[in-house]
Design a protein around this ligand. Structure first.
Ligand SMILES: Cc1ncc(COP(=O)(O)O)c(C=O)c1O
Length: 363
């Protein structure tokens, strides 16, 4: 009879010490936690882009994702050799770190920011230096010099920044890119809700990569498609590091068809931007809550008091927002995704009711 070994191989120490990414999934009536688009695609649009009969299930998907890359390319006026697609933007962050990170390489990020930069740096054995953002979460003065002083090889700049919602100007990006031999990755997962984009800098800077996703403004979070725009040299190396059939055939076809109809999403994006401003003003007026201006589809909120308690109260009312309490310095902060008008009304009414029930609960 087979005998169980007394001990089995342990993971690397840095993985053992890592706290796993926890999206805190709960079934609720109002989910404002994952920065998704609150609107699914209309049924006709879904039917038009998801042509199940035309996608062979017995064959592997196109490993080059040519049709999807062509659709993205024609949207941006770029050749397919300047585009990589991934199983969500997350996979492209991983592929980039596999190709350019690893032992002896250093990632620099400006904290607080998207947690996957740190997690995937650890997973790929890449050192990670965190530089603190300024008081309103903008890049600190002399950010480009700090990156050089930290001997950074790869810099992640999230714009608009998750979780704080503010952007980094192209002028600041140019300062970072100039005379820098490392890579600057500008994560524009939420750019469609904002203004300026770093895409216009791609021609001038071969050390720039811009990350985008279909998960947010494009309402395709469930299909998992992201893309990276960069110099063909960077793309060629990322394609070596990614898995061969990383984006499934249905997702490739649907994302390509949706990209060709990108104009159809404008109305929803406009509505979300309008709702963002309404939710911001409503929350910011509430005693004990400070809302930070946002160019994304979420709002960062500082609670003068017990933030996790407010999070629990909202959850008990069936409203899920993101509790940032586990992040150092954000112990009493929440991130609220902008939902549909009716969902935002529920959030605002619940917060107002709670404020009236004892103003000092959330001070
Ligand atoms: C800043 C940022 N970048 C990238 C991603 C990855 O998105 P996805 O893997 O769904 O494309 C997210 C998702 O929340 C994000 O917030």
């Amino acid at each position: 009879m087979a005998r169980k070994p007394k001990e089995i191989l342990r993971p690397r120490a840095d993985i053992a010490a890592l706290r796993a990414y926890d999206p805190e999934h709960h079934r609720v009536r109002v989910n404002l936690s994952a920065n998704e688009n609150p609107y699914d695609l209309p049924a006709e649009l879904k039917a038009a882009i998801l042509q199940v009969e035309q996608v062979p299930f017995n064959r592997y998907p196109d490993p080059g994702a040519l049709e999807l890359r062509r659709a993205i390319g024609s949207n941006y006026g770029l050749g397919i050799d300047g585009i990589a697609v991934g199983n969500g933007g997350d996979e492209l962050i991983l592929a980039l770190l596999l190709a350019y990170g690893g032992a002896g390489r250093t990632v620099v990020s400006f904290e607080p920011t998207f947690v996957m930069y740190r997690i995937l740096s650890t997973v790929t054995g890449t050192a990670c230096v965190a530089i603190e953002r300024g008081p309103d979460f903008g890049l600190p003065g002399g950010a480009a010099d700090s990156v050089k002083a930290a001997a950074g090889d790869i810099v992640f700049i999230c714009s608009p920044n998750n979780p704080t919602g503010n952007t980094v100007s192209n002028e600041a990006l140019v300062a970072m890119l100039t005379d820098f031999s490392g890579l600057v990755v500008v994560d524009e997962a939420y750019q469609e809700f904002a203004g300026e984009s770093a895409v216009s800098l791609l021609n001038d800077f071969p050390n720039l990569a811009v990350l985008r996703t279909f998960s947010k403004a494009f309402s395709l979070a469930g299909l998992r498609v992201g893309y990276l725009l960069a110099d063909p040299e960077i793309i060629a190396n990322i394609l070596k590091a990614k898995l061969p059939y990383n984006v499934n055939a249905l997702s490739q076809a649907a994302a390509a068809a949706l990209m060709r109809r990108a104009g159809a999403l404008g109305g929803v994006i406009e509505e979300i931007r309008g709702e963002r401003d309404r939710v911001f003003e409503a929350i910011d007026k509430m005693p004990g809550l400070t809302a930070y201006p946002s160019e994304a589809n979420f709002i960062f909120v500082r609670v003068a008091g017990d933030g996790p308690a407010l999070w629990r109260d909202l959850l008990s009312e069936g409203i899920l927002v993101r509790n940032l309490g586990q992040t150092e310095g954000l112990e009493n902060c929440l991130r609220v995704t902008v939902g549909r008008p009716d969902e935002n009304d529920v959030l605002i009414e619940t917060l107002e009711k709670r404020g009236r029930g004892g103003d000092d609960q959330n001070r």
